[in-house]
Design a protein around this ligand. Sequence first.
Ligand code: CU
Length: 386
Amino acid sequence: MKSKTHRSPMRRYTTALLLLGGLFLISPLASAQLATCTGSEEYYVQWPKDGVPVWEMCFVTPENSSAADGSGLELREVYFGGYQVFERAHSPMLFADYSSSTCYRDWKDVLSNFLADNETIGGVMAEPTMPVETTCDLSQDPDIPVFNCPYATGRPGSDCFEGVAVQWEANQLILSTQYSAAWYKYESRAFFFDDGSIEFLFGFGNSDGTGSGTTHWHHNYWRLDFDIDGTSDNDQVFLNDTLQSTEFSDLRDATGGPMGGPVTWSVIDQASGRGYRLEPSANDYNLIHNESGSNYHEVDLMATQYHPGEFADNPDNFLSDCEMDETALVNGESLAGEDIVLYYMAGVKDTAGVDMMICKKAGPRLVPIGDWGPVTDVIFDSGSFE
Ligand SMILES: [Cu+2]
């Protein structure tokens, strides 16, 4: 069980008052920073960029991310409206599974440059004024690879950046990065919207066409360590609306939920009723379950009990160890009154001779449940916060 800093209701109330003051007095006020970002290589980001934060978090770049051979874009201490959502959100398991016998468990800790101008912290952070463009964004021809930054865009090489690009839009905060495993260029993005919803998006780019003659599947597992309200010992997991008491794995089902809707999964703080519902995106359903027949990546969702230092099914990350062993994570432990970690997989298929080099993206949406308090009420009442 992790020890957690409990945030006092008074502090949240103060946050709300500060926000109201900011709205009505139109004066810059000191922000009530909750995410501490005092760990090694952690960097603080809030949205809006100035004033009282609606979203707060720390990020680390892929090269400093946790887990064996990294975990890509890693976010820690994520807060919405003054309440904690995640202790950590990252992508520690990443696979490329070929229709031949080849299969890789890729590394996730090697930065790869992409187009993001206005680098503000060298090798760490950019605050782009121009569009962010990754290998995946630009790889849209079925046969022709885009190679390396600055690609063939005509943009200057000085716009090529390694690290995390942060964009403050009118209604959302966007963090983007790219990392490489040899010719593969993986894009990881996170979108934090003003209504509290979150989207995670993963793009599976190929810089030079290596392996393009062989149909293959890519799978990325996000690891979402929820600590709703900062209390790690009382989150509950729901399959649709049914409380679950024991660890489980599951598959996407677009019509298998209530009234023919999709199957979803929720994590809700037992005390406050605040939580998040995880919904697959439309693209996530494009991946056919175990289509390769390898039986390597057989589950889309795992609801597990938190264990310190457990970031994946395996403490190592050997390239050839391509099977994701769900039994190492889902093994009958309790989910009742526990610290909860959800793993969620989305992936894509690249088909030889059809759409191989057209880069595809996938990833879930998370929607807030319950009352996220006066801060968010003010945002909803006043429209866009900025
Ligand atoms: Cu591919």
